[in-house]
Design a protein around this ligand. Sequence first.
Ligand code: BGC
Length: 768
Amino acid sequence: MDINNLVSQLTLEEKAGLCSGLDFWLTKAVERLNIPSVMLSDGPHGLRKQKSEGDHLGINESIEAVCFPAGCAVASSFDRDLIKSMGEALGDECQAEDVSVILGPAVNIKRSPLCGRNFEYFSEDPYLAAEMATNHIHGVQSKNVGTSLKHYLANNQEHRRMTASSEVDERTLREIYLAAFEGAVKNAKPWTVMCSYNKINGVYASENPYFLTEVLRNEWNFDGYVVSDWGAVNDRVEGLKAGLDLEMPGSRGINDSKIVKAVKEGTLDETILDTAVARILKKVFQYTDNKTTGTVFDKEKHHELAHKIESESLVLLKNDGVLPLNPVDSIAFIGSFADKPRYQGGGSSHINAFKTTSALEAVKAIAKVTYAPGYEVKKDTIDENLVLEAVKAAKASRIAVIFAGLPDAFESEGYDRTHMSLPDCQNYLIDRICEVQPNTVVVLHNGSPVEMPWINKVKGVIEAYLGGQAVGSAVVNALFGKINPSGKLAETFPLRLEDNPSYINFPGANDMVEYKEGVFVGYRYYDKKKMEVLFPFGFGLSYTTFSYSNLQLHTGKTINSDGDDNLITIRDTDTITVTVDITNTGAVSGKEIAQLYVSPQKDTVIRPVKELKGFAKIYLEPGETKTVSFTLNKRAFAYYNTVIKDWHVESGDYDILIGKSSRDIVCSKTLNIESTVRIPKKYTLNSTFGDLLADPRAKGVIEPLIAGYTLGLVGDSGNLDDVLGEGTEAMMAAMFQDMPLRAIVSFGNGAIKEEDILGILDMINSVN
Ligand code: BGC
């Protein structure tokens, strides 16, 4: 298909029309040129295809489909293949339903536990988010269906999401917020990227040339089309110029006419319009030309897949020997969520699940349990009758399993949470049950962290997140040990909301939210502050145990292996492979998620203590050992340097840490890295002696200057301490460290002149 030729045959009006939707979900057709209309639908963890009245809030009916676990759950699997299989299933459903693009995955960083949409997002860590998104996209697009990586950019709250400006500094954007998108765009080439509603540093994401064109296209080579979030367009013509190709939904022709007018008046170059149309048509035809006709999907098979994905995503947060349960024990299931689980969030991702499996239903195949609802999901009021009934059931059993979590009204697209608590009636119920039942397990259904005031009273906790339509069977299998939980947290659970780094600046004020915590998001903050948390990033237990050994670094030849602790130096351009052996030291088979963090020992810039740069999930039989391997390149060690506008690795020592979680590092090796990049530095009269002494090029010139000055103070005999008193030497050294060059002119009694200093500066600067 010669797209450019096709574009050349379109009228101006037709071209403007193609840049906005026909309705809520369809692009426009141009019949005379055989340009078809194609559909886009939500996403991300199921297909929300609407046949009649469309909406972007999940209000009106959509077709029956399969609700897979939401992003919060599937990210906890840390399993690239697993999320890819979910993507493949979604791709098949789209093919069967003739949907050209499924709107997702969503990689926004979980800046605050309060963001109403955290359940759709993957992580507080950009590397993990990018890895999950990459594989989601690979899966969907392997079926010739497009994805829409969203919501680009810095859309980390729902509060005033359509008008607020996210104020974020350049380094933080690069290292945290852009990084999640960057990895997915570069690795997986999504067909489309969806720009977000908000502004970034004062400019709407939908008309931001820097992010839509310079970064996305020029730097990352994105070659699909950019679609607006539904209703995100502010100024259509500016948007087009900035790189926003498709406006969704349509504006009933209003914005199309603005485009036509701007071209006619000469304020919009028609070639910009042509480019946008070409980008959209390329993907429209990529879909229609490769359409697999007659694709049907087996709903039941996809239900089983949803079950499998949730089974691999469950996080066992606490187990004081109470789990797995024995089916012959007397067990009470308590809590309405046992009967009607909360398995997805509210808003545009809301799927019309063709069926759901509750724990109460699933447990029938394994054990006999008693059941008491304990609370009403929709009311946050204590119902003493329900509590009493539940207490009675718990008391009469040897074990109580309480199904708790957040009701729909507590978290949804469109608004943020105001606190991090479970409904009071549920916390109360848990307390009351614990009074009569020492063997209490809590199963949680929530899209984002909750405080657990009862954590020391219960013996077990399983975090099921919003686990999709098959959550009940996955949870029951984990409770009874039919599966071994293997998920780990993709986010930190702080002890209290106030501990979160964004607390003071969330959700901002006056239509502005300042990301003042900078790069210190999630564990990057809690680690730096050495704070206690409820559960750390990367944490999750298993019914078996794992041990790690034989950590090795390889650069072609093995280096720095056990017993050989000579520090090895590589250059920042080298790639390094890290291997470690993991053994299942317990009695049952299971999966372990090994995490690799990089920790700079010393830096002149302020950096997180450590950052996730690799992870691997492996299955091990009891007694079995396998080697996992990670590859690290320059980026794994780098921070974003705003002077050179590039990633930079400072020369120095870096620890490679292997952990079971971010707080359970089991082995480490140190590596020395030499930078091949010199950051140009221009010194001035206000540069300090300390800065100059730290620069090998300047040191040799500056030292004699200092020596000359001290000589002037003490004469040519003795040292400072002898002549001027004990401690003067140290005091002088400290003073010079922070003293600007200009000061020596006034302190030097006229012996050192400004011209001399300027001459020295010229000399040093000319070497740069
Ligand atoms: C959401 C998007 C969604 C779109 C279409 C918007 O409100 O932010 O994530 O894809 O609606 O439903």
